[in-house]
Write a protein that binds this ligand. Sequence first.
Ligand SMILES: Nc1nc2c(c(=O)[nH]1)N[C@H]1C(S)=C(S)[C@@H](COP(=O)(O)OP(=O)(O)OC[C@H]3O[C@@H](n4cnc5c(=O)[nH]c(N)nc54)[C@H](O)[C@@H]3O)O[C@H]1N2
Ligand SMILES: Nc1nc2c(c(=O)[nH]1)N[C@H]1C(S)=C(S)[C@@H](COP(=O)(O)OP(=O)(O)OC[C@H]3O[C@@H](n4cnc5c(=O)[nH]c(N)nc54)[C@H](O)[C@@H]3O)O[C@H]1N2
Ligand code: SF4
Ligand SMILES: [Mo]
Length: 712
Amino acid sequence: MSGIPTHCPYCALQCATTLHPVDRPGAVEVQPRATQSYQGGPTNMGGLCRKGWTAPEVLTVPDRLTTPLVRDAAGDLVPASWDEALDVVADRIRALQTEHGNDAVAVFGGGGLTNEKAYALGKFARVALKTANVDYNGRFCMSSAAAATNRAFGIDRGLPFPLADVAGAGAVLLVGSNLAETMPPAVSHLEGVRGSGGLLVVDPRRSATASLTEDGAGIHLQATPGTDLALVLALTHVVLQEGLADTAYLADRTDDPDALFRSTASWWPERAERVTGVPAATIRRAARALAAAAPVHGGAGAFILTGRGAEQHSKGTDTVTACINLALALGLPGRLGSGYGCITGQGNGQGGREHGQKADQLPGYRSIADPAARNHVAGVWGVDPASLPGPGKSAVELINELGTEAGPKALLVHGSNLLVSAPRLASVRERLASLDLLVVADVVPSETALLADVVFPVTQWAEEEGTMTSLEGRVIRRRAAITPPGEVRSDLAIFAGLAERLGSLPFPTDPAEVFEELRLASKGGKADYSGITWERIDAGEALFWPVPAEGHPGTPRLFADGFATPDGRAHVVPVDHRPVADDLNAGARLYLVTGRLLQHYQSGAQTRRVAELDAAEPEVFAQIHPRIAAQLGVSDGRPIRLRTARGSMILPARVTADVRPDTVFVPFHYGGAGAVNELTNDALDPVSRMPEFKACAVDVTVAGLPATGVPA
Ligand SMILES: Nc1nc2c(c(=O)[nH]1)N[C@H]1C(S)=C(S)[C@@H](COP(=O)(O)OP(=O)(O)OC[C@H]3O[C@@H](n4cnc5c(=O)[nH]c(N)nc54)[C@H](O)[C@@H]3O)O[C@H]1N2
Ligand SMILES: Nc1nc2c(c(=O)[nH]1)N[C@H]1C(S)=C(S)[C@@H](COP(=O)(O)OP(=O)(O)OC[C@H]3O[C@@H](n4cnc5c(=O)[nH]c(N)nc54)[C@H](O)[C@@H]3O)O[C@H]1N2
Ligand code: SF4
Ligand SMILES: [Mo]
């Protein structure tokens, strides 16, 4: 049976699917496809998770946005024509920029946008709006790993190897990733390492992934939240002190092996045990298991992979750096069947960070501060390099300035639901409300869209053409299977419509045409797509960037011959442990950690509208340990109050021994009173500007009920 080959709209695994239009307008059926293969190792192995299976439902949800909306004098969002809505936005942008300057308008993008949309968004900000104020939700996602890999390796590609390589390893250390819930089909690649007892998982919870260590003598290192850095320094200490390091590799391929010794010398396992709560003996056992799999000891290969649990901290960049240093000590990066990688998150979390929606970036992963990069990109765009703005502010810093005296007065949002997903929501709400103009392009009336002055309805995955770049750096095709409903248009049409009204040069709306331009703009950059054509992808080629020429086969594995640093060696950056920014105190004695559930995606704007997923996990909850529940006198399902320095919320307790007694876990997929980001801290990592979503101090009490837990 034929059908349209494409990929799941949600996460970075980008599971291959086939769509079959059905006998209902705008609807499709989805089937998994096992052909997203590389050297016999399909990425999703013919699997899909529940979100992938139910994704078609979002295409036809009853409250799908199908026409532009403009807020009227009475304060209601009412239907408008595209011309009316675009005119309103362009007129107000022009007025605000005339009064306050070009930077008065800001743009916020998303890692779910196709490469073409992400590229057009960055160009639209710099060329049509001429504003420096552009950033995106990838800042919340894997910016710490990007910063760490850039400074160590000189390049940032989430996995610098095909995911299927992991299947052959003797050991895999997962630091803060709950792969079994966040990319379920990827677990099939861990089967070998589970069997051999080489799966090592660092997580303060016995997550679905941590429990995978139990069937094959793997190790769950159930560390205190926010202490991964100390733990990894101690693992490295053991490797170095026990003579398990790959000294030849360190001498040949790194710039400063001594820095590695110096920075870990004082992190003996007993000291790390006091900080992390992980027994010293377990730390030694884990270090030895990892080392035994390293190529230098004749092992089958070892991988160190990080997820958001390690990265979304005010020290996330240094934690990832410590992981890279451990990988270097064991001689893993650049070796076939070994390495360090960051498991990216959003559908186009990889490509979305390469083509210019980031504050400091131009297409091809170029720096906007680099004169040569500015010249090249300005040449492709046909503008004066001097007209391009400089680096802008990072996401949280940008949000914090909205509507202030010196800050932007207008914000255009494409592909993010900030009112659920940004940290310290009370402040976000206040900043958004103080804007003169909020414009949101979305597929559904998200919490953020409902606050907007103008809402644009946009196409979804099954209604559009384009490319995405998966967690492996592989560029794949998204294909249209159906026509969009109502008046729905692509984000590309919004950029074009506004650019025209603002008197800018024309913006193409055909994704294929945009891709041709992206190829030229990326040529010679680190993320070089110039040799990629839609025809090559359509013909079934597996194209991992960089692909610097049409005859080039692509680069599935980076670093075999050297790193992308000036001297070709990996740069060892010495790092040290530090506590979380908002640490435990007398008034808040537990850690609040946040993360994901299998059933929901991100802010939940899409998955909370899918009946099956909503029924499975309809409301927010807090996992608490039975010991804490007993102290409070609450039983499972009873309401508790969580209070942090930012705010408080009431939610049902889910009592489980799967969390540490000092830890409370809350998923972030819910809006309104269920939004845990009311409580989270926006303290930033000094290098990546990543907010500390993953850990802060929380006070837990019984919510307005007698301590016995009797229903009110
Ligand atoms: N079902 C589902 N899948 C998704 C997504 C989704 O929203 N839902 N989103 C996609 C995106 S954008 C992303 S970024 C990825 C994220 O994928 P993951 O990184 O796997 O997801 P999280 O649940 O945010 O965090 C992983 C784990 O970190 C743990 N953790 C919390 N604090 C700490 C800590 O201090 N140290 C350590 N070591 N662990 C800690 C949590 O207990 C959690 O189990 O998932 C992608 N896939
Ligand atoms: N507490 C806490 N907060 C977190 C995290 C956490 O672990 N804990 N994780 C963070 C991470 S890793 C991430 S990635 C963010 C994600 O959080 P958000 O940025 O809010 O991500 P989504 O919910 O995916 O929002 C995407 C929005 O864009 C819409 N959309 C989908 N496709 C398109 C399109 O093509 N064009 C347009 N214009 N709109 C589209 C969707 O309907 C949705 O409303 O959340 C961050 N927030
Ligand atoms: S794992 Fe990710 S890409 Fe695959 S079906 Fe689930 S959400 Fe979609
Ligand atoms: Mo993410």
